[in-house]
Design a binder for this molecule. Sequence first.
Ligand SMILES: *[C@@H]1O[C@H](CO)[C@@H](O)[C@H](O)[C@H]1NC(C)=O
Ligand SMILES: *[C@@H]1O[C@H](CO)[C@@H](O)[C@H](O)[C@H]1NC(C)=O
Length: 416
Amino acid sequence: MNGWRWGFLLLVYASLILKTGAVEHGRTQPTERISGSAGDVLEDDPVGRLKVFVYELPSKYNKKILQKDPRCLNHMFAAEIYMHRFLLSSPVRTLNPEEADWFYTPVYTTCDLTPNGLPLPFKSPRMMRSAIQLISSNWPYWNRTEGADHFFVVPHDFGACFHYQEEKAIERGILPLLQRATLVQTFGQRNHVCLNEGSITIPPYAPPQKMQTHLIPEKTPRSIFVYFRGLFYDVGNDPEGGYYARGARAAVWENFKDNPLFDISTEHPTTYYEDMQRAVFCLCPLGWAPWSPRLVEAVIFGCIPVIIADDIVLPFADAIPWEEIGVFLDEKDVPNLDTILTSIPLDVILRKQRLLANPSMKQAMLFPQPAQPGDAFHQVLNGLARKLPHEKSIYLKPGEKILNWTAGPVGDLKPW
Ligand SMILES: *[C@@H]1O[C@H](CO)[C@@H](O)[C@H](O)[C@H]1NC(C)=O
Ligand SMILES: *[C@@H]1O[C@H](CO)[C@@H](O)[C@H](O)[C@H]1NC(C)=O
């Protein structure tokens, strides 16, 4: 038996003794949770509560792009493709735009990959602009509200800011033409120019089938205390160190690389998914942007997510009781991570594990094919339904214009 296992037994023992009066560390996460019974995912059925009109665009905006690079179906931003497919056959779809509550424009702006599979957003603004130009000249609905009853899936790093470097993303801001639209995006950080109020934060896409094939028996003991695989430093993009993940990942490494309770490394083993099912806590520190596929993986594999990303907006935070499932840690408290985690009472750990075992929690994190009730597609629709009815003020008066079609970098104005 290795050292940390003794450590964990001691922890269990200590937890039992100290049960009364023990305080759960970590901060309380402010959420905008609406309802739902204790610890459960908010149950809602979007069918009958909204109608979505899907614009028919030339295939160069979607299918052709995917044909050129089918890898787009598997990358972490693939939700833009699956959401389109889902909507086409969804019961909330209407073919009559006059009765639609929401308008959806199927444009795959994230499907331009480097040889290594990283999405390049440089063409995205022009492509998006071109699509909006098309819908606004062929249908009357865009001009009616200048996009306020339209939603767009923009899963890129900093959403509709369309740049993977944060400084550049902030400098660009949200594409001017999308200022009034509802953005469905993975990026979620409070008080950030790349997150509009009213946006819907979604989980990054994780391949459901692939994860399924790595499930191990549920009763397998969780013999790893803290688990993490990923970068601590990004030497390529941040040679000075310290800026990457605002230094949070570097702090994890420096403080705990030799701590036997921590199974952390940059090496991604073939047993990665199995290891998560053997771990009590899985670290979800921010990376370049504050979302992480690790959060989805932790939920799927029942490993309590330890969220280290100040001001993060977690996926579907109005429907999922993240504060009850996970552990939230301020970035500045990383050096105390060991004390904080070992002080969590055993009954609190067991309760979080029980909540994580709830299939509806896992369902909400996935975009399965075919769709299933309560999955991430349905959570997006629920989010859109909860924004209804639209306020009267979104409808512009005749001749009224709010958006500036020539604002933004001149490069974005070139035809796509
Ligand atoms: C919408 O407004 C734009 C510019 O203001 C105009 O060019 C376009 O023809 C309008 N669309 C429709 C369908 O009237
Ligand atoms: C639109 O934006 C351009 C470029 O920033 C600016 O020159 C122009 O004055 C703006 N137009 C209006 C009506 O605000």
